[in-house]
Design a protein around this ligand. Structure first.
Ligand SMILES: Cc1cc2nc3c(=O)[nH]c(=O)nc-3n(C[C@H](O)[C@H](O)[C@H](O)COP(=O)(O)OP(=O)(O)OC[C@H]3O[C@@H](n4cnc5c(N)ncnc54)[C@H](O)[C@@H]3O)c2cc1C
Length: 361
């Protein structure tokens, strides 16, 4: 089905993203995956190409267009290229809105130009060894010392944790306040007492530097409070729809891409004297996955369009995230079975492999 949500400008942007990936990312990606981190140069190249700060006002060096469809194009192309390490989506769509919507004029002038040029890589640090889903359990504290905050604690699983120059840290400013006692404190590279821990070894996203951060008596200037004191919980909730959409867009794009690769593969690969795609079972598998992807695509495109218009609600953003990521897992599993078939072909030509013969994922 023809997609209806993009204009010629979005398609031109898609071509820019593809060129960027071909020139600045894919030639180096294997190296980065081995290193467990991407090169800073890639961020600067992304800045030069106008891929950073798409929604940041032009006066601070950004694209000046809050249309989420550009972010969707970026996420789709990165997903199709298999590039998860260079976390432009996190920078643009998750950290970016905190800076554009909560920062004071002075903070915007200080942080946004570097954010858009790629000189200032960003991260958001909520999770701690003892606090994940339950943010009330955050133990990192920012004590009000009059002219500065005194930050103590640690964070883990922080995306861009090693490369980040600016980290939005969720810290307790009113210990008795529970979820209402949390604030967003911006910590910049070089602050004394701010140390990086391990770059965590994950099962995937190898070139994404997901890391531990430690804060030991870090003196953070008072003017680095972002948004309202004790207002972090509300601030964090406000941007959830966009965070969910970023994940949903990548989910459906990954499912479509896996199906594309697998369809090409079963058409080309011969077994039992003919292409796998001639086997009825394989055709059923492909047809069912194509149907699920097409139905999901329609719903997702409607959500993308609604979010771009500012009308997407939390319920539909949550539906999109859950459905698209579940579909991604199902399609990955089913595609893997088809790709595996060629390595261990069923001895019975043309028949549906028995459960015992089908490799399990
Ligand atoms: C690759 C990666 C990148 C990440 N990047 C960042 C980042 O940039 N910044 C950041 O702050 N964090 C980041 N995280 C951390 C992520 O946000 C947390 O993993 C997430 O919040 C869950 O917390 P947890 O891992 O402590 O799990 P827990 O909260 O301990 O949950 C463990 C299990 O219990 C379930 N559970 C929890 N609460 C309930 C409940 N009420 N009812 C039923 N089941 C429940 C969960 O679903 C899960 O299955 C990242 C994680 C990963 C894996």
């Amino acid at each position: 089905m023809q997609r209806q949500i993009f204009t010629e400008e979005h398609e031109a942007f898609r071509r820019t993203v593809r060129t960027f990936l071909d020139k600045e990312v894919l030639p180096y990606y294997e190296r980065w995956e081995k290193d467990g981190i991407v090169a800073r140069d890639a961020w600067l190249a992304a800045g030069r190409q106008g891929l950073l700060g798409l929604a940041v006002p032009q006066e601070y060096g950004g694209g000046g267009d809050a249309d989420f469809r550009y972010s969707a194009v970026l996420a789709e192309e990165f997903t199709r290229a298999g590039v998860s390490g260079l976390a432009l989506g996190l920078h643009n769509d998750i950290v970016g809105p905190y800076l554009t919507s909560l920062a004071t004029e002075e903070q915007k002038r200080r942080w946004l130009p570097g954010f858009c040029s790629g000189e200032t890589i960003t991260a958001i640090a909520m999770t701690e060894p003892g606090a994940g889903s339950d943010l009330q359990a955050v133990r990192t504290t920012a004590e009000d010392k009059g002219d500065h905050w005194l930050l103590n604690g640690s964070k883990t699983f922080i995306s861009n944790g090693i490369l980040a120059d600016l980290v939005i840290v969720v810290a307790k400013t009113s210990p008795e306040g529970g979820a209402k006692g949390l604030s967003l404190i911006v910590v910049e590279r070089g602050a004394e007492g701010f140390e990086r821990g391990r770059n965590l070894d994950k099962i995937g996203q190898k070139s994404q530097d997901t890391a531990e951060l430690f804060f030991d008596d870090v003196r953070v200037p008072k003017e680095n409070l972002l948004g309202e004191r004790d207002g972090a919980f509300l601030h964090l909730m406000t941007n959830l729809a966009q965070e969910r959409m970023g994940i949903a867009v990548a989910g459906i794009a990954a499912a479509e891409h896996l199906l594309e690769i697998t369809t090409r593969y079963v058409k080309e690969r011969e077994a039992f004297g003919r292409p796998l795609a001639k086997l009825q079972h394989v055709r059923f598998e492909i047809a069912e996955m194509a149907t699920e992807c097409a139905v999901t695509r329609t719903f997702l495109d409607r959500c993308i369009a609604d979010h771009s218009d500012g009308t997407l609600d939390a319920v539909h953003a949550s539906m999109a995230k859950w459905w698209a990521t579940e579909l991604q897992k199902r399609v990955a599993d089913r595609c893997l079975q088809l790709l595996s078939l060629i390595h261990e072909p069923s001895p019975t030509a043309g028949s549906r492999p028995s459960t015992a013969e089908r490799p399990r994922s």
